[in-house]
Design a protein around this ligand. Sequence first.
Ligand code: PLP
Length: 260
Amino acid sequence: MVPNVLTIAGTDPSGGAGVQADLKAFSAHGAYGMSVITALVAQTTTGVSEVHEVPPEFITAQLVTLLDDVRVDAVKIGMLANAEVIRAVIGVLDRYAPPHVVLDPVMVAKSGDRLLAAEAVNVLRDELLPRVDLITPNLPEAADLLGEPEITDPDDMPAQAERLARLGAKQVLLKGGHLDGLSSVDLLYGDGVAEFLSSERVATTNDHGTGCTLSAAIAALRPQRPDWLEAVREAKEYLTEALRASERLDVGHGHGPVHH
Ligand code: PLP
């Protein structure tokens, strides 16, 4: 059976990040993709110019309308914009309890633009994290969630992942892509077990939407794989290929998208 996979996220008209990237990643992994939009974002490869936030009641309306009709096999949550939107999503998670909820704790775009209000970080950490199955922070996001300095040594990743797990998410994928090195090293931590996942670092500036693509691929794969480790390993390989293939694209003048 084809899994039905939902993204709850913001948009990117240039197609590299957000809902547009998520739907491409869902399709590439044989899932049936669906989307509930939290914010319309005027952005491209060079940055964000404006954000039009969707009223929280209308996010609830989109979710309830969808979930009353369609079985959802996995959910990816991306940009949530503000605390009211986070609480609207929580209300629906509590009511429908969909399986396999992946949270990409999107806070700031690579361009430096905020995609989550600073005062909403606490709400995301205290109220949403305990309700999701997997969080996928990069190192700046992990530091922000824990209120501590960004780590710079991969040896510190297991202890940091454990601290993140104590915030409530069942599994943590701590992404070490911001560290220097020939490989890009991530750490999957769950149920007391830590597993390093390494892939070749692809030298490219076409890295817009990498986090969106990875978390969406994981959500699409999870219902089709026996555990999180399999889904994450495969999604990471897919992202590495998509980064390599980005050289074939000619999209925009800034950080171009990955190709998938
Ligand atoms: N725009 C939206 C709507 C997103 O959800 C995200 C997710 O991280 C981004 C932009 C970030 O893109 P970038 O990879 O350039 O940081």
